[in-house]
Design a protein around this ligand. Structure first.
Ligand code: ZN
Length: 358
């Protein structure tokens, strides 16, 4: 028997644009501001961030650093641990640039890779990995620290060593899916849990005397780009966001999904599309980078999402705070596209804060 569900017809109704409660339809700065004032709290709730906070009890998140750092040219590297929730410890690397500061902060969630925090600081287990890191600009924490930023490379929940493993291979052997399903059963989302971790690390970094809270960058590739976008949407402390190889529609016009299951936020398409999430970053700065030869995302869908996102930045009356760039390659970082935008945007963020218009 043929399939008795007509996927195209059904998904068109399932993802009906008119049912998106917080889709941004603003055409003026005032309307945009009114929209973001209600859309952001609703997104935080949908991500489960309110639930996490309410269920913490007496627990207060905290951070420990190893007693000693390792010295590298231009920075020192510390091993750290975020005690994020009862029973949830999140390891991270902290790269502290030489010099007194105050330093801008870079928070750099990684994508689909076990022990991905090592990649971001340039630790490779073999020569092939070392070449890949070099060729694909993947040591972003080192790049940030050498630009004078206090760089945090955390573990992204769902990957070793911070996951609920798929021990019985019921979930395709993918630990990120296993983690996400466990979270969803309790009304949470892996994406929200990841954002929670990043926000708690920012709490800690901002409280350090050597940091400048007006200059915070969030940047990540792939799954790390998804965390970057949701984090910057939720947390107005982030001044500049650079999601790499992750921005696209959540569902294509044909009803196809592009992202890994672990990025799925239950109910999100009744809230809005991914451009509405990213739109919450305005009036702050956002650079979206995609690989022109990234097989995960159809370029027509990327372009469609970019047009919608540009419309939101125009409504916020900061069209020049948003840029989209294609790198001439695959699913990777493009440092030559990213850093000029970041440095320019951070200098503006600093000026805006000193003028009291942040
Ligand atoms: Zn995943």
């Amino acid at each position: 028997m043929d399939n008795t569900i007509h996927p195209k017809q059904f998904t068109a109704r399932l993802y009906d644009e008119t049912r998106r409660t917080f889709a941004c339809r603003a055409v003026s700065r005032r309307d945009f501001s009114l929209w973001s004032d209600v859309a952001r709290p609703a997104l935080l709730e949908l991500l489960g961030l309110g639930q996490i906070a309410r269920e913490l009890g007496e627990f207060v998140p905290s951070v420990d650093l190893a007693p000693e750092a390792e010295a590298f040219p231009g920075y020192s590297r510390w091993r750290g641990m975020l005690h994020s929730e009862p029973g949830v410890d999140i390891p991270f690397w902290l790269l502290e640039p030489d010099g007194p500061g105050p330093h801008p902060i870079a928070i750099l969630p990684h994508g689909h890779e076990n022990f991905g925090m090592d990649t971001y600081v340039g630790i490779a287990q073999d020569e092939a990995k070392r070449e890949k890191i070099e060729r694909e600009d993947r040591d972003v924490a080192v790049q940030a620290a050498r630009r004078g930023m206090l760089a945090i490379a955390p573990t992204t929940r769902g990957f070793f060593p911070a996951t609920i493993p798929d021990e019985r291979t019921r979930h395709g052997g993918q630990h990120c899916r296993s983690y996400a399903l466990h979270a969803a059963l309790a009304g949470r989302a892996a994406t929200g849990d990841r954002v929670w971790d990043m926000m708690r690390l920012l709490d800690w970094a901002i409280a350090r005397p050597d940091t400048d809270a007006s200059r915070i960058l969030a940047m990540g590739n792939s799954g790390g780009g998804m965390v970057t976008t949701y984090l910057a949407a939720c947390d107005p402390r982030v001044a500049v966001a650079v999601p790499s190889c992750s921005f696209c529609s959540l569902a294509s016009r044909e009803g196809h999904l592009h992202h890994c299951d672990c990025n799925l936020v239950p109910g999100i398409l009744r809230w809005g599309e991914f451009w509405d999430v990213a739109g919450l970053i305005a009036p702050r700065h956002l650079l979206v980078v995609n690989g022109a030869h990234d097989p995960l995302f159809p370029l027509a869908e990327v372009d469609r999402a970019v047009v919608e996102l540009a419309r939101l930045f125009a409504a916020a009356e900061v069209p020049d705070h948003f840029a989209h760039r294609y790198g001439d390659g695959g699913h990777r970082f493009y440092k030559d596209l990213m850093w000029p935008f970041v440095e320019q945007a951070l200098s503006q963020a600093c000026a805006a804060t000193s003028l009291g218009i942040g």
